[in-house]
Design a protein around this ligand. Structure first.
Ligand SMILES: [Ca+2]
Length: 384
């Protein structure tokens, strides 16, 4: 190749690279984020700030600014500016080019005076002592009653509203009344949880998984965390099982595939895990749902992997709502090495408060397993 021709090719390559960079630059100046879950729009960059709105899954929004460590993004939503956690979002390009805001640009919400926002019952409606159908019924409002609202908790069709009933705070199902005024201006009330201790589970063992049958334990692998797209679970694996005819097969790809949830930094999370919850999808928000496993002293399970794999296993420790695990912090194996041979592991639970367990079992694995892999679980049970 002549020098002149080589030079010409170099020039062409250079112009292509420059063009690519300018396209990237243009994209970065107009960054759009997309919600990968229903996402709470907040008045500041943190979960302690007021909820301004709930933005539906898969909504595209122009990004305006970010906080210093790029864990929250300021967006425009129907004319309202507010903050979204980046672990609820995906986007193209990089968020680092957004200007940094200290979160002071959002006006502080003014609280309405009592009675400013009102609710009207469509039909006769139960009045409850707390914001759930498990709370005590204090009375009933006739159809067409209008009351002044003083607070709310939850959102959408799970929202409960507070009002004054015979001199005490009481609650109505928000989705069964017609609200006049801006319901979002009502203060968010965190009710004092009333947790009743459930009856202890009898028997020498409490099975979380043996064969996946309907009569087995009530914890289900519903609490997915981290890079969700990297995980798949087969609860009816029929190859090399430890005992019986079925085991759990868990495959982890270590690609960082989304949705990416529960990591307080720019995704991918570089890890994934699952809680076995009771009931399914209970992230500590459901009252009086825990299992009383008092008297059990350990959780045992059998595990193997196709190839050596590092995985952590745990019991309890779930937080996030008003009704968390009584066992805090979680008891864990730490990261253990799984080999192709079935091996029994034990999580010691002695001296732990097992009176209210909602996260009966769980695992987490991460990019230490660079190529991912499959591992297998069988005979997961609490023992005395
Ligand atoms: Ca089995």
């Amino acid at each position: 190749m002549s020098h002149a021709r080589r030079f010409l090719i170099s020039l062409i390559v250079l112009f292509h690279i420059l063009g690519f960079i300018s396209v990237l630059y243009a994209q970065q100046n107009e960054i759009t984020v997309t919600t990968v879950h229903n996402a709470r729009l907040r008045s500041g960059p943190g979960t302690r700030y007021d909820i301004l709105a709930t933005i539906p899954y898969n909504t595209n929004l122009p990004a305006v600014a970010r906080n210093t460590d790029t864990t929250w993004v300021l967006v425009n939503y129907d004319g309202t500016q507010g903050w979204l956690a980046v672990w609820l979002l995906r986007w193209s390009g990089t968020l680092d080019v957004l200007p940094i805001s200290d979160g002071q640009t959002i006006p502080v919400q003014t609280q309405p005076s009592e009675g400013q926002v009102t609710g009207r019952t469509g039909s006769a409606l139960n009045v409850r002592s707390g914001p759930s159908i498990n709370d005590v019924i204090l009375g009933q409002l006739p159809a067409g009653t209008t009351v002044g609202l003083t607070g709310r908790t939850g959102e959408g069709n799970r929202m409960w509203v507070r009002f004054s009933y015979e001199g005490q705070d009481a609650w109505l199902a928000g989705w069964l009344i017609t609200v006049s005024g801006d319901v979002n201006s009502l203060p968010i009330v965190t009710p004092t949880p009333v947790v009743t201790t459930p009856t202890p589970i009898p028997g020498s063992t409490y099975v979380v998984y043996a064969e996946g049958g309907a009569n087995e334990g009530w914890f289900v692998p519903s609490g997915w965390m981290g890079d969700l797209g990297d995980l798949s679970i087969n609860e009816a694996f029929t190859g090399n099982v430890y005992r019986g005819s079925r085991a759990i097969q868990i495959t982890y790809t270590a690609n960082g595939s989304g949705p990416n949830v529960s990591c307080n930094y720019t995704p991918p999370c570089r890890w994934a895990g699952v809680y076995w919850q009771h009931p399914a999808d209970n992230w500590a928000e459901i009252p009086n749902a825990g299992m009383n496993l008092t008297g059990f002293s350990r959780l045992t399970f059998w595990a193997r992997a196709d190839h050596n794999m590092r995985v952590e296993f745990f019991v309890g420790g779930m937080t996030g709502g008003a009704y968390p695990d009584s066992l805090q912090p979680q008891r864990s194996t730490g990261y253990v090495q799984l080999s192709p041979t079935w091996t029994q592991f034990t999580i010691d639970l002695t001296n732990g408060d097992l009176s209210y367990i909602i996260g009966g079992f769980g695992f987490a694995t991460n990019w230490d397993n660079a190529n991912g892999g499959s591992f297998y679980l069988d005979n997961i049970q609490f023992e005395r």
